[in-house]
Design a protein around this ligand. Structure first.
Ligand code: 0T9
Length: 375
């Protein structure tokens, strides 16, 4: 473990040992301080929109094909942020703070000429055990809205953590004609490598899909070192119209840099340029359930290397949560979600999932209640 501080070598080794026999909820496992991130998982949905102009531009596509490609371009362009940004900012993947039930994260990207309108983000932790995060991102002026939820099933194999993402996202585009186009987005599998050395990083694996209500389907295959091009973070996406198996576009490249459309040889995406992080109100203006306010003491301890005070404040938060759950049980009440309503079967997943034989054939979802801070 080269990246492991000398004083934490043995606790890292025992952490890895406990991983080996592990199935279930990784997020609740105690890990040594050097691997802790001061950021809660409720902040992660912001990665979907760090290139807000690509999100907005989906609405500008003139044809069904143009829009299918624009959705794919936006999606691929989010992957670098989603899966490599902790390595860039903190030197390796780190263990995020495990959100509490009801934790909130609000933010926005200001309006600009290129993107038409302000883009808003509403995130709520809708389950603690297992952890499930629901989110909604909207550029109302453009009529582009993304709603989704995220959970993970983790296991350990061959020295790596394998993460199956559970959940999906739905993107809707309100067209000038008054019609609404929908896109069902499934999520890739992750492998967390580099654990032995104490410098974890993510590689994506297998296949994810973007199915449009127009019939256009993007199939994205992910490979690491030694496949396709031989490079890490490689992908190959095929884009096909309804009822046609011959693909119209094949796009290849590495998702953390650039890619090309094989047919035209034109560049397809480029994320070597700066991204734009979400704007969030200052902590003293936040409500008590808002992520950065709620975790303030813990995050400060982690950032400043004061792990005792971080651990103390984390225990305080966890004890408060346990007490709340006990009180609810005693009173026969249930925690009420604030911005989302749970449904057992997502109608968009049902309808669009059939078009590419999605597995599983149905999934639950969280419907946005239209009551975010900007509503
Ligand atoms: C949705 C994303 C997800 C969340 C994170 C697996 C992981 C929790 C889920 C899937 C986002 O859209 C994309 C990126 C990173 C994913 C996290 C990486 C990670 O390590 C954690 C898990 C729970 C751990 O903390 C594992 C233990 C740790 C010691 C390894 C660094």
């Amino acid at each position: 473990g080269e990246a492991v501080p000398a004083a934490q070598k043995s606790s890292w080794t025992s952490f890895l040992k406990s991983l080996a026999g592990f199935t279930g909820d990784l997020s609740s496992m105690t890990a040594p301080p050097f691997i802790l991130s001061p950021t809660s998982l409720t902040e992660f949905p912001a990665y979907w929109c760090e290139r807000p102009e690509l999100f907005a531009m989906i609405a500008d596509g003139k044809t069904e094909e143009d829009r299918a490609l624009a959705v794919l371009r936006w999606f691929i362009s989010t992957l670098k942020g989603q899966y490599t940004s902790r390595n860039e900012s903190m030197g390796s993947e780190k263990k995020p703070l495990n959100p509490v039930l009801g934790e909130l994260f609000y933010g926005y990207w200001p309006e600009s000429k290129e993107r038409g309108g302000k883009t808003t983000l509403v995130v709520e932790q809708v389950s603690h055990h297992p952890p499930i995060t629901a989110y909604r991102i909207a550029n109302d002026a453009k009529g582009v809205v993304l709603t989704g939820h995220n959970a993970q099933k983790t296991s350990f194999s061959g020295g790596s953590i394998i993460v199956k993402q559970v959940g999906h996202a739905v993107l809707t585009v309100a067209l000038p004609s008054g019609e609404k186009e929908e896109y069902l987005i499934t999520l890739p599998r992750l492998r967390i490598d580099g654990l032995w050395y104490g410098s974890p990083y993510i590689e994506l694996a297998e296949t994810s899909f973007i199915q449009s209500s127009t019939g256009w389907l993007s199939t994205i295959e992910y490979k690491g070192k030694g496949y396709f091009s031989g490079k890490s973070h490689s992908f190959k996406a095929t884009v096909t119209p309804a009822n046609v198996s011959q693909s119209t576009h094949v796009i290849e490249g590495t998702w953390h840099t650039t890619s090309k459309d094989n047919r035209t040889n034109a560049q397809f995406h480029d994320v070597t340029t700066p991204k734009e992080e979400v704007t969030v109100t200052s902590i003293d203006e936040q409500g008590e359930w808002e992520s950065r306010r709620l975790w303030h003491g813990v995050a400060k301890g982690i950032r400043e290397g004061d792990f005792d005070s971080a651990a103390k404040d984390k225990s305080r938060i966890e004890n408060e949560q346990r007490q709340r759950r006990r009180d609810e049980t005693a009173a026969g009440t249930k925690w009420e979600l604030k911005h989302f309503e749970h449904i057992d079967s997502c109608p968009v997943y049902e309808r669009l999932g059939k078009m590419f034989s999605a597995n599983p054939p149905t999934e639950d979802a969280y419907v946005y209640l239209n009551n975010g801070p900007d509503a």
